[in-house]
Write a new protein. Structure first.
Ligand code: ZN
Ligand code: ZN
Length: 276
């Protein structure tokens, strides 16, 4: 494993199983040099996974204290995974922002495309008349909000729709409509200079055998000179670097020779992937 940083992890402040300290310690033990927690931003509708807004200040206080406790030997960052349906007003309070789409905005309590294959299938049926391409187009259109939010550095789990597709095929990623909507979103994200995350979270949850986005999109990103980073989206300390070797190998096979890493200055810098 060459990757030295993981910026996408959850804790007991949202739907993660372990404390922030436990997650960060696990990263240090896994030989990373730095890590960040990415709090799920509070949502304006009923859900059981995002942080409640009353917990945000406590999270910020705890992370400030953990930064001191870990010190210079292991750099700690206070991040947020901003869902595009959340209020972006407070994004300046965090060291970095991952921008993600989890719900399709088709009604007052929007259905999730990240929860279970059954919920995603029900959403396609109920709101798109069974037309998976139309649901995919809605998802990719939502990603335009990630592209247009200047405080977002990283696009989280691009192509999330394929999370369940290995075990329960709901979308056809080769359909022209799917590809066209994905290209439009990717164009906007790369034009805005966003770093595209290679997410290994579905491997640790048993949904996928490979990271995503898949090779098709990664080759597109490489061809256009776009930037990527690897993160685990871990919800427990056992999975902080799960799939990192596979993600590195996938990136190299798609033409990448580096990943991006956040430095203490706040800027993202390239780190060579080296020989694998
Ligand atoms: Zn997410
Ligand atoms: Zn996440």
């Amino acid at each position: 494993m060459i990757t030295r940083q993981n910026l996408h992890m959850h804790s007991t402040y949202d739907d993660g199983k372990d404390s922030c300290e436990c997650m960060l310690s696990a990263c240090m033990k896994a030989s990373l040099a730095s890590a960040g927690i990415s709090l799920h931003s509070p949502l304006p509708f009923q859900n059981d996974w995002a942080a409640a807004s009353i917990y945000v200040s406590g999270y910020l206080r705890e992370m400030a204290s953990l930064k001191c406790r870990f010190g210079q030997a292991f750099q700690v960052y206070t991040g947020i995974e901003w869902d595009v349906l959340s209020d972006p007003a407070e994004l300046d309070r965090f060291d970095y922002v991952i921008g993600s789409v989890h719900h399709l905005p088709v009604c007052a309590v929007p259905p999730s495309v990240d929860n279970t294959p059954e919920e995603t299938a029900g959403c396609i049926q109920k709101y798109f008349g069974g037309d998976a391409d139309a649901a995919a187009t809605c998802y990719f259109n939502e990603l335009l909000k990630v592209a247009s939010e200047p405080r977002v550095s990283i696009c989280g789990h691009f192509d999330l729709l394929l999370k369940f597709n290995e075990r329960m095929p709901l979308f056809n990623p080769e359909s022209p409509a799917y590809i066209k909507a994905g290209q439009t979103a990717l164009d906007a994200l790369l034009d805005a200079g966003k770093i595209i995350e290679v997410n290994t979270g579905a491997i640790s949850r048993g949904w996928r055998s490979t990271p995503y986005p898949e090779a098709f999109w990664l080759r597109e990103i490489a061809r256009r000179g776009g930037s990527v980073l690897i993160s685990s989206d871990a919800h427990s300390s056992a999975h902080v670097v799960t799939g990192f070797d596979a993600a590195e190998a996938l990136l190299i096979s798609c033409g990448f020779d580096h990943v991006m890493e956040r430095s203490t200055s706040g800027a993202f810098q390239p780190v060579p992937l080296g020989k694998h």
